[in-house]
Design a protein around this ligand. Structure first.
Ligand code: ARG
Length: 585
């Protein structure tokens, strides 16, 4: 099924070509939803933008387009307003008919893409021996949602976890552990990540102050790189330990990822440098091998270098990303590569992308995108910390969200005098708590900083997960109360729209495909959140105005169908955000 907006766009382009010649067939008709329903559902603003080119008044241009415009299947006769807006109102019969078809369509009118791509989403990517922090949590939640939307649209998505599992930090960690806690890096080794993080901190401190320790650490890195068994074993144990902890978080958040950490690219690094040399990009700068960047200057206006091999012969984060991008385009044959990290890494990616393109590793039609996000702040506007000033452990953060959602739930159960089992309470508290954390993150414009507030994210009112989940539960309540199987309303069940709130809800239900196409293109999950929030609002307005179970036929069945479609849309939309729905809460 083609969306209304897509059909209207095609019709407008055909009309423009007929009115002004075939060279206008590809012109964007600038079709947008109207800001006010009194102007109809959509408006095309193209007449204004064509005025100069066609040397005519916008209104006259709009009139000519409308004479050729055939949208009679979808719309009431088009109207021209103001300086030359073309206003379009969808026909009632069209709306009813479309919704009717959604009833039996698990994709709710969203067609899979006709041009499936191989897409890599590089997200989460915490570092071994360090705690996963709130930045990684943002990357994990946003990346998972973007991957889900792209998968649903029909793309072949590879979800990669670019774990920080290689580099000089292992030299110092292994050296330190050999001295203070050798049992941690033997077969039976079993330190928890919390300890590991503490060891890491101590090691770093020694590395910065103790020359002998520094030397021993260097030596350990060399051993590791040279494939020394003992050092390799220690490294593996450390990785396994961290991996186990990370996996607990992923399980709890229902996140699927394929680990391909930095170490995976280690054997490919010398080739990267060789290749850059062969393409004439490599230069030597103060003993280091570098590529001088275009468009990045230092204070005195000289081009900045991207270091690919340090003067001590070691490689760095950028070299690894160069190897990764080369591998992903050449071996994985990716058409689109999406990196999800905080905005602080924007320059890093711009530089890596530039060098990879200049090295001719990237086919021209391959899209490289950095998807940046802002920092997580506490309610005081400062960096998100515990009360004593420590970084917040993700496990504690999730536990706290669930603890609070449980307290809210228990209170509601008490006030409503309900009897609920412990299993019910646990399931609901976990789903709402985790859902709230995810939704709070996703509903923000990801580029801005985001203020973390348990109270706001768990509120039953406002743009929150509980509000959306509750709208879904409301529909399930109607079906339980009326003893109605919403999935089985009969083949002759029909939609009849009459009330304003029914129209508003119906039109909103028809926009899911437009929204998903937008998220697919712009990679902004907050658009989907906003859509689902408005859907819940429109549903609640409809339900407050229109009786459902008490209504007469054929209204009753029609309204039950609207309820059902709302629930299905919420369920699908939330699933694309990684949030499962509940039947009761
Ligand atoms: N490990 C990095 C960090 O914690 C993120 C890696 C992002 N992905 C990449 N290909 N560089 O900041």
């Amino acid at each position: 099924m083609k969306s209304a907006i897509a059909q209207l766009k095609t019709a407008l382009q055909r009309a423009m070509a007929q009115a002004f010649g075939p060279n206008l067939a590809d012109t964007d008709p600038i079709l947008v939803p109207t800001s006010n329903p009194k102007f109809g559902d959509y408006q095309a603003n193209v007449a204004m933008s064509l005025a100069k080119q066609l040397q005519d008044k916008p209104r006259a241009i709009a009139e000519k387009i409308v004479t050729h415009l055939d949208v009679s299947e979808l719309c009431d006769p088009p109207a021209i307003a103001g300086p030359g807006f073309i206003n379009l109102t969808l026909k009632t019969a069209y709306l009813e008919n479309q919704l009717q078809q959604f009833q039996s369509d698990p994709r709710l009118g969203v067609e899979p893409t006709k041009t499936p791509q191989k897409v890599i989403v590089d997200f989460s990517s915490p570092n071994i021996a360090k705690e996963m922090h709130v930045g990684h949590l943002r990357s994990t939640i946003i990346g998972d949602s973007i991957a889900r939307v792209l998968e649903f649209q029909g793309h072949d998505v590879l979800r990669l976890n670019h774990i920080g599992d290689w580099g000089t930090q292992f030299g110092m960690l292994i050296t330190h552990l050999r001295q203070v806690c050798p049992e941690a890096i033997t077969d039976s080794g079993n330190v928890d990540l919390g300890d590991l993080v503490a060891f890491y901190r101590e090691a770093k401190q020694r590395f910065d102050t103790d020359a002998d320790f520094k030397e021993a650490s260097r030596q350990a890195v060399v051993e590791l790189q040279a494939g020394d068994l003992d050092a390799g074993k220690a490294w593996q144990i450390l990785c396994a330990q961290s991996r186990q902890e990370f996996q607990k978080i992923y399980d709890r958040l229902h996140i699927k990822l394929i680990e391909r950490g930095e170490s995976f690219y280690n054997p490919l690094l010398p080739d990267v440098v060789k290749d850059l040399d062969a393409s004439g990009l490599l230069e030597t700068d103060q003993g280091a091998e570098v590529v001088f960047l275009e468009g990045f200057q230092n204070k005195s206006g000289d081009p900045l270098p991207l270091i690919v091999r340090k003067s001590d012969g070691g490689y760095n984060y950028a070299t690894t990303d160069l190897a990764a991008i080369r591998y992903r385009t050449q071996q994985d044959a990716a058409d689109r590569i999406i990196y999800i990290t905080d905005a602080g890494q924007a320059n890093h990616f711009a530089q890596v992308f530039q060098v990879a393109r200049r090295a001719n590793w990237i086919p021209a039609d391959v899209e490289l995108v950095h998807v940046p996000f802002g920092v997580v702040q506490g309610e005081d506007g400062k960096k998100f910390k515990t009360r004593s000033g420590e970084t917040v452990r993700l496990k504690d953060l999730l536990d706290e969200a669930v603890r609070r959602s449980r307290a809210d739930l228990e209170q509601r159960i008490a006030t409503e005098d309900r009897q609920e089992s412990e299993a019910f309470i646990q399931t609901v508290a976990e789903a709402v708590g985790i859902g709230a954390v995810k939704y709070a993150d996703l509903s923000q414009n990801r580029t801005s900083n985001y203020i973390f507030s348990y109270d706001k994210m768990l509120a039953l009112q406002g743009n929150t997960a509980p509000y959306l989940l509750y709208a879904y539960v409301r529909v399930q309540g109607i079906s339980r109360k009326g003893g109605i199987d919403l999935g089985n309303l009969g083949t002759d069940a029909q939609i009849h729209l009459a009330e304003d709130t029914e129209f508003a809800l119906a039109k909103h239900l028809l926009q899911l495909d437009e929204i998903l196409a937008e998220v697919e293109r712009d990679l902004m999950p907050n658009r989907l959140c906003q859509y689902l929030f408005e859907l819940s609002q429109k549903f609640n307005q409809f339900y407050d105005r229109c009786s459902v179970l008490q209504a007469e036929e054929p209204q009753r069945t029609s309204r039950l169908m609207l309820c059902d479609l709302t629930a299905k849309t919420l369920k699908l939309g939330l699933s694309l955000l990684g949030i499962p729905v509940l039947e009761r809460m």
